[in-house]
Design a protein around this ligand. Structure first.
Ligand code: NAG
Ligand code: NAG
Ligand code: NAG
Ligand code: CU
Length: 162
């Protein structure tokens, strides 16, 4: 495990278990392959995509453990909307991979919500793809991400219903 700290290994395990949640977290269990094995036998969805305020009443701020929040409030589903509400000291970036997420390395990050977009109704981001999304605040060279714990990842799941 050269070069990996225990914390990094833990995050890897968390990512792996979130992937497993893919098969267990969906209420309205898979109905297929049943007799005939056709997709139209999937159950009807009880609920559609949701809007989720990141951090709940704490919103997007310094010194709140978003990794814990995401684990407690997930899983998220494809087409769910994450709403980031924050004041002008913060922002929202997408980091390219696990390594940059662990290090809070913003050098190849993509700006999603700038410092003004968190006001009012907040900055909205739709989880469109089944892939890990690594979110972080980009302010103060990664200090908000590192010390402020303003980072989390989301792997949106498919709903096994139609
Ligand atoms: C962060 O939270 C901890 C625990 O609640 C507190 O002791 C600390 O002062 C906070 N730090 C900042 C910079 O807000
Ligand atoms: C997400 O929404 C888009 C646009 O409304 C739709 O085309 C797509 O099928 C949806 N994806 C899933 C997995 O529900
Ligand atoms: C943030 O983005 C909005 C919308 O794209 C833009 O109108 C605004 O000028 C930007 N603010 C800053 C500080 O870059
Ligand atoms: Cu911040």
């Amino acid at each position: 495990m050269a070069g990996f700290t225990i914390a990094q290994v833990l995050v890897l395990i968390i990512v792996a278990t979130s992937m497993l949640a893919f098969s267990t977290a969906n209420r309205g269990a898979p109905q297929w392959p049943s007799r005939g094995g056709r997709f139209h036998q999937l159950p009807k969805c009880k609920e559609g995509p949701k809007k989720i305020i990141v951090g709940g009443s704490e919103q997007w701020r310094f010194n709140f453990t978003y990794t814990e929040w995401a684990l407690a409030n997930g899983p998220f589903y494809i087409n769910d909307t994450l709403v980031f509400k924050y004041d002008s000291r913060h922002s929202v970036y997408l980091l390219p991979n696990l390594q940059s997420f662990l290090k809070c390395d913003l050098s190849r990050a993509t700006l999603l919500g700038n410092v003004t977009q968190g006001g009012g109704k907040g900055f909205e981001y739709v989880l469109k793809e089944w892939k890990p999304h690594y979110f972080a605040c980009g302010e103060h060279d990664g200090i908000h991400c590192n010390l402020g714990q303003m980072k989390f990842f989301a792997i949106p799941m498919f709903r096994w219903c139609r």
